[in-house]
Design a protein around this ligand. Structure first.
Ligand code: UD1
Length: 422
């Protein structure tokens, strides 16, 4: 296990290239289970989660080969195994998105239930409700979901849950519906850009999907899908993290491969805080005002402020001039970073799903523990600006979702090293 050693202080300056989106690429990789023939995916980030998905697809009979500069080629060569084992699903919850395509193409999917994780309980009832509506029989055996269907049939499905729409639930139902007989309408579909990117890939494979990226998605079933060539969208969460890094260090960072139109809620919030965000050919330039204003923010499904940037924004608000309130409406327990930021001198009080952050003059370096992917990013950000040295342990969490983060930060002037954890 590695750790990061960060010496806070340097202002970040220069350019950073944002990688392809992890959350877009994982379901897109799963979608290739539906195809006859090879698919090529471009701008795939080098991440532990991508290796996990490659391994899982390998076990499900897909040959996966890596080309240059983030190119992946995938082709199904054997359809006899349809079991996503607990060993792999446990490592990466997103494994659950093989459920829809396996069911649609092979008539059977056996996928281990993902169970809980550091950010709370994460059920899959909406996924299963959607698949049942398409005619699947769902059983539970030894902790695995077994979905079977002779023939899936299009249906009208309401996919809203207590916390709004479900991103991977929408992906699963959409992938199951593309080869169902007739028309499927998904109401309260997730509108995230990653869902729209998956639909673009599926349509390139021959699917007929309309409305992806809006709350109503219509899918006309087709008999067969072919392989396709697809370039994934930029990672809006990585982009947001670098924007916050620039703002925190009073830096000036140019982001290339960054789609500001996918990040309007984030840009709007950063501007409220006093951060300067400007469009710059195909990307953005982010600089910071000397004084950071406090603000209130609530995480919401897209196009609202993303839960995946809640922890990082909290680090920024720790240094704002006054009180801010952060309310988590997607994963109410996603506050593991609060205790660690407090170890660095932050003043945060938790009240149910809300954290009240009172700005302090400075954060102070400390050994801290990464607990999940985005919480780890928040701690790295805190380390960049804290006085003295911060050690972030267990950075395997961050390697799941950020491609070479320490190299990218170092290129901008940060003092950050990776070292083995004793
Ligand atoms: C995806 C993202 C994750 C992000 C999350 C919310 C990927 C690989 N992961 O996760 O980074 O934090 O969206 O934007 O894209 N829920 C139910 N029943 C279900 C499914 C979800 O009640 O069957 C609830 C969840 O507990 C949560 C909310 O719905 O409160 C949203 O979760 P969901 O959109 O499904 O998250 P994921 O797709 O797993």
């Amino acid at each position: 296990m590695d750790k990061f050693i960060i010496k806070g202080g340097p202002r970040l300056k220069g350019s950073v290239d944002i990688s392809g989106s992890k959350n877009a690429v994982l379901p897109i990789m799963a979608a290739t289970l539906l195809a006859s023939g090879p698919s090529t995916i471009r701008r795939v980030p080098g991440l532990a989660d991508i290796s996990h998905m490659s391994q899982l697809l390998g076990e499900l009979g897909t040959s996966v080969s890596q080309g240059d500069s983030g190119m992946l080629r995938l082709e199904v060569t054997d359809e006899s195994h349809s079991h996503a084992r607990y060993d792999l699903v446990r490592k990466m919850r997103a494994s659950v998105c093989v459920l829809g395509p396996l069911l649609a193409k092979r008539g059977i999917a056996r996928v281990a239930m993902p169970g809980g994780c550091a950010i709370g309980s994460r059920p899959i009832d909406l996924h299963l409700r959607g698949l049942r509506a398409l005619g699947a029989k769902i059983e539970l055996e030894s902790g695995d979901v077994i979905a079977t269907a002779d023939k899936l049939k299009g249906a009208s499905i309401f996919l809203g849950g207590p916390f709004g729409s479900s991103v991977l639930g929408t992906a699963n139902v959409m992938m199951a519906a593309v080869m169902a007989e007739g028309t499927t309408v998904i109401e309260s579909a997730a509108c995230e850009p990653e869902v729209a990117d998956l639909a673009a890939h599926l349509n390139a494979m021959g699917a007929r999907i309309r409305g992806a990226g809006t709350p109503r998605v219509t899918v006309e079933g087709v008999k067969e899908l072919r392989g396709a060539d697809h370039e994934v969208i930029p990672d809006r969460i990585e982009a947001g993290t670098f924007m916050i890094a620039s703002a925190l260090t009073n830096g000036e960072v140019k982001l290339s491969h960054c789609r500001l139109d996918d990040m309007l809620a984030v840009v709007d919030k950063l501007r409220d805080i006093g951060v300067i965000v400007e469009r710059d050919d195909g990307g953005a330039v982010v600089a910071s005002a000397r004084r950071l204003e406090p603000t209130d923010v609530t995480t919401q499904p897209y196009p609202g402020f993303p839960t995946d940037l809640q922890a990082q924004l909290m680090t920024l608000l720790c240094l704002a001039d006054g009180n801010s309130a952060i309310t988590e409406k997607i994963f109410p327990d996603r506050f593991m970073h609060v205790a660690e930021l407090s170890r660095m001198g932050a003043n945060i009080r938790k009240e149910g799903p809300t954290a009240i952050v009172t700005g302090v003059k400075r954060l102070i370096g400390a050994p801290v523990m990464a607990s999940d992917l985005r919480a780890s990013a928040a701690l790295v950000l805190a380390g960049l600006v804290a006085r003295g040295e911060t050690t972030v342990n267990r950075v395997y969490h961050i390697d799941r979702g950020y491609e070479r983060i320490e190299e990218k930060l170092r290129a901008l002037g940060a003092d950050i090293e990776r070292a083995p954890e004793e």
